[in-house]
Design a protein. Structure first.
Length: 546
């Protein structure tokens, strides 16, 4: 028999290695394909031989956090050693934490290239636990020894201080007697304060029960604790049905979520709230109410709840609805003849231009500009009517912000010669929104700047994206807006009160429509201004497509 011959086949070595008590696994690719795993490693991992040939990430996902280190060893060719490292082991579906000493040793071929990684591991959880127990025992013995020494010292100190304590005790008794006297005086003051508070509450209830305004009180947790008789009269039901959060259950289904969000946000921040909503009228229908609540605080600043007042605004809402219906009807009836008139004027403009009749051409151009303003006004009224009736919808699409501003610039370039328009925006910003309505908002803001800025001044339109939000600003060099007007400027039919506004056309709906459109896009619109220093209107909406 030739002693140089190897009697064992390669697979025999793998079998022998699989019987090794030292847990071993071999990865044969950078993706960490398991080429070999010993029986002891399978037992350690709670796996069977079926994982051989699988990627580590698939075979043992609980070890995913070790994959970057293994791949670093493959790339660098350097050994990685770790001591007492925690790892989560899958134990019949439950992950348990164990501690291991392990080594990642790269295996290189003759060319120096890594062809495998040998992973050996030793479970040191038990030894660590034993060491911890021994350490705790040692610490406990040391603690007891130190505590005994300290106790002896403390007993001596306590004995020395006992006489001093006795003297202090006599002084404390004298102070307690004085505190009892002071406490009696405080109790008398508290009783007087409670009496005054009771009288104040009685006066409040007498006033509340004698008014037609609906009054309510809530406690510090937001639960309603009192409703006056005006509520019972308005709703046609007993007051006790409204207590705690019972009132919220009676709100019209379309208003309940909005009111709930406003109320609990105000409650969490102890701030004022106001809303319009619908409640039953006692006759099977609903009445519109306007409610406002003010936070109440104790003398020490602690929050005690809300006092609210509510009035019936049903007639006002019905009047607004009739007005909106009328405006919508008139706007709709005007749209068809205005569209036809626009077509006729376009034909006449072309004919006058072809015939060389310059005076007629310029006159028709001015007529076309006025007609464009009328068309814009009619569209605004129609949008307002649809908005307040809840019929307006968003037709979202993905479009270029820069191209939108280019189209707007081209449109204004045709007829706006009284001001200088400057546009600035990034070229490659896409967003998902209703293109026509966002266009309408920007045009409204530019038209507003034109109205309230001197001829020849500059109007700047800037756009960009910051933190996944689109921001558009329109800045003018106009008359500016006072702080008092800034709070009202986005209300419907509101016009700024100044000398310029008296000579400026408009119905005060452009900014209101702009605000509603922006809010439909989950955005916000705002204004910054000082009198005589121009104004900057800006809005931001989410950038849904990057």
């Amino acid at each position: 028999m030739n002693t140089n011959e190897n009697p064992l086949a390669p697979q025999d070595y793998l079998y022998i290695l699989s019987q090794s008590k030292e847990p071993t696994a071999i990865y044969v690719s950078r993706e960490l394909q398991i080429g070999f795993i010993s029986d002891s490693m399978m037992k350690l991992w709670k796996k069977d031989n079926s994982i051989t040939g699988q990627l580590l990430s698939d075979a043992a996902p609980e070890f995913t956090n070790f994959i970057p280190t293994l791949q670093k060893v493959w790339d660098s060719g350097e050994i990685f050693l770790a001591k007492a490292t925690p790892a989560m082991i899958d134990n019949n579906g439950a992950l348990i934490e164990q501690y291991f000493d392990f080594e990642y040793r790269p295996v290189k071929n003759a060319a120096g290239q890594v062809i495998a990684i040998i992973n050996t591991a030793t479970n040191v959880s038990e030894s660590l636990a034993n060491a911890k127990v021994m350490q705790e025992k040692s610490d406990k013995e040391r603690f007891l020894h130190d505590a005994l020494t300290l106790s002896n010292n403390s007993l001596q100190i306590a004995h020395d201080n006992l006489e001093v304590r006795n003297a202090d005790l006599n002084k404390s008794i004298q102070r307690v007697e004085q505190l009892n006297t002071d406490l009696s005086e405080k109790n008398e003051q508290i009783n007087l304060a409670n009496h005054n508070l009771h009288q104040s509450e009685e006066r409040f209830r007498t006033m509340a029960e004698g008014t037609d305004v609906m009054i309510a009180l809530s406690d510090g947790e937001g639960k309603a604790v009192y409703f006056n008789k005006a509520w019972e009269k308005a709703l046609g039901g007993p007051q006790h049905n409204l207590l705690e959060f019972g009132w919220m259950e009676l709100i019209h289904p379309e208003d309940k979520q909005r009111v709930s969000e406003i109320y609990f946000d105000a409650l969490n921040n102890h701030k004022q709230w106001i809303w319009e909503f619908r409640m039953p009228n006692g006759n099977g229908g609903y009445r519109w109410l306007l409610a406002s609540g003010f936070p109440r605080f104790n003398i020490d600043g602690s929050f005690t709840g809300y006092v609210s007042s509510t009035i019936d605004i049903t007639e006002r809402k019905e009047s607004e609805q009739r007005k909106n219906d009328f405006i919508g009807m008139v706007s709709h009836e005007l749209k068809t003849p205005v569209t036809s008139l626009k077509a006729y004027i376009d034909i006449l403009i072309k004919m006058s231009l072809d015939g060389g009749r310059k005076k007629e051409y310029h006159a028709l151009q001015k007529a076309d500009q006025q007609l464009a303003r009328m068309t814009s006004m009619i569209n605004s009224f129609l949008s307002l009517s649809l908005l307040e009736s809840g019929e307006i919808t968003l037709n979202k699409s993905t479009f270029s912000l820069n191209q939108l501003l280019c189209d707007i610039a081209e449109e204004f370039g045709v007829y706006l010669h009284s001001h200088q328009l400057k546009f600035q925006s990034p070229e490659h910003v896409l967003l998902t929104a209703d293109r026509d309505k966002i266009c309408q908002v920007i045009i409204n803001l530019i038209n507003n700047a034109v109205k309230f800025s001197p001829r020849g001044s500059t109007i700047s339109v800037c756009a960009g994206n910051v933190e996944n939000k689109i921001i558009v600003q329109v800045k003018d060099e106009g008359i500016g807006i006072s702080l008092a007007e800034q709070d009202k400027i986005f209300e419907s039919y509101h016009r700024v009160e100044n000398s310029k506004s008296k000579t400026t056309s408009g119905f005060g709906i452009g900014l209101y429509l702009s605000k509603q459109i922006v809010e439909q896009h989950q955005g916000v619109i705002d204004v910054e201004s000082q009198l005589g220093k121009g104004a900057t209107f800006s809005f931001q909406i989410p950038e849904l497509v990057h």
